[in-house]
Design a protein around this ligand. Structure first.
Ligand code: KG4
Ligand code: ZN
Length: 333
């Protein structure tokens, strides 16, 4: 079965083609990151316009690289949300037009299901599994007892971890997106600045606003006192505290469930320190981490998630698909 994935929920225009829920035939990603960097974050209006400019060429390139034609595609899987509504609608309408013109079934897929299924591209999920989802908008623990069955164990009460990375990088003047910048700086430093303890009370919930404010306050105080900040050490200190919370909560969840497997997913899953700590902490269960290239937004993961979603529910949603800026994974899979 040949599945075309289409992803335009944020600032990446991406179309990918996979075969039988495993082999990637192509994964074309047109990133707008540099365009948004000068604004310090994604500008929604610019993002939608860039998607419009690039989407047709990205469709054509994905088919070309996969060495197939439109008539070979058996299913189109497009991100329906959550994300920037203007951006989502560009991908959805392009995908609908393609599916309608070539009479191919089409389904809307949840963006986070895509991130989770990035793990299935080179690995094999085993159930029950616990997946830590960490991106710019999400920090949550998901339990899966079978393919395409998502139960939420807990989520952040305030900021997402990726958001905290981006904010701290911004106040340190490191630029956007902040996660990779902090990751790179932290490698050169040691965690020497005091950070708040991991909030241990509520088992599976996260909180990042306290840690974020702590770093901002610390930097302001140092500035007022005329002290110079050791940026690599500050990054290492923040990152260590941020990752420790993810690891602590994940361990609790894996133990409570008696999970066979632990996985991570989303943009922050690219973080080197998180990946190392996962390896150290979960020696007693099977571990899956997505390949680096599939951590941040891409259509490859959407095509794999689409394949499994269609196995579970083979319905053609046709022209009824809509875009949703907010969408709960467990209620709208
Ligand atoms: O999944 P993603 O590409 O987009 C969303 O769906 O949100 O995640 C983007 C987030 C950003 O906050 C970015 O700073 C973070 O992932 N990120 C990282 C790293 N690479 C990306 N955070 C920490 N370390 C990284 N290496
Ligand atoms: Zn994402």
């Amino acid at each position: 079965m040949i599945v075309m994935g289409v992803e335009t929920s944020c600032d990446e225009t991406s179309v990918a083609i996979s075969k039988d829920g495993k082999t990637m035939l192509s994964n074309v990603v047109l990133s707008q990151m540099e365009l948004h960097a000068s604004f310090g974050g994604v500008v929604p209006e610019i993002a939608s316009r860039e998607h419009v400019k690039g989407i047709t060429a990205v469709f054509e390139e994905a088919l070309k690289q996969a060495k197939i034609t439109a008539k070979d595609v058996d299913l189109v899987a497009v991100t329906k949300g959550p994300g920037l509504i203007g951006s989502l609608l560009v991908g959805i309408n392009a995908a609908k037009a393609f599916a309608f013109a070539h009479q191919i079934p089409i389904i809307g897929v949840h963006h986070i299901a895509g991130h989770i299924y990035a793990n299935q591209i080179e690995g094999e999920m085993r159930f029950p599994l616990v997946c830590l989802v960490v991106s710019g908008g999400h920090t949550e623990l998901i339990l899966m007892r079978d393919h395409y069955r998502f139960e939420k164990l807990g989520e952040t009460l305030d900021d997402a971890v990726g958001e905290a990375f981006d904010k701290v990088a911004r106040v340190l003047g490191l630029g956007y997106p902040g996660g990779p910048k902090i990751d790179a700086q932290a490698v050169k430093g040691t965690p020497s600045y005091p950070m708040p303890d991991v909030p241990r009370k509520d088992e599976f919930t996260f909180s990042y606003s306290g840690l974020k404010s702590h770093v901002i306050n610390l930097l302001n105080t140092m500035k007022m006192k005329g002290e110079t900040v050791n940026v690599p050490n500050m990054c290492a200190s923040f990152q260590e505290a941020a990752v420790e919370q993810l690891i602590y909560k994940s361990r609790q969840a894996v133990d409570a469930i008696g999970a066979t497997m632990f996985m991570i997913a989303g943009g922050v899953a690219a973080n080197k320190r998180l990946r190392a700590r996962v390896e150290e902490t979960f020696k007693d269960v099977e571990v899956l981490v997505p390949p680096f290239t599939y951590c941040t937004d891409n259509a490859a993961m959407m095509s794999i998630a689409g394949y499994y979603r269609y196995q579970m529910r083979p319905d053609n949603e046709g022209l009824s698909i809509n875009g949703y800026p907010r969408l709960d994974l467990t209620e709208n899979d």
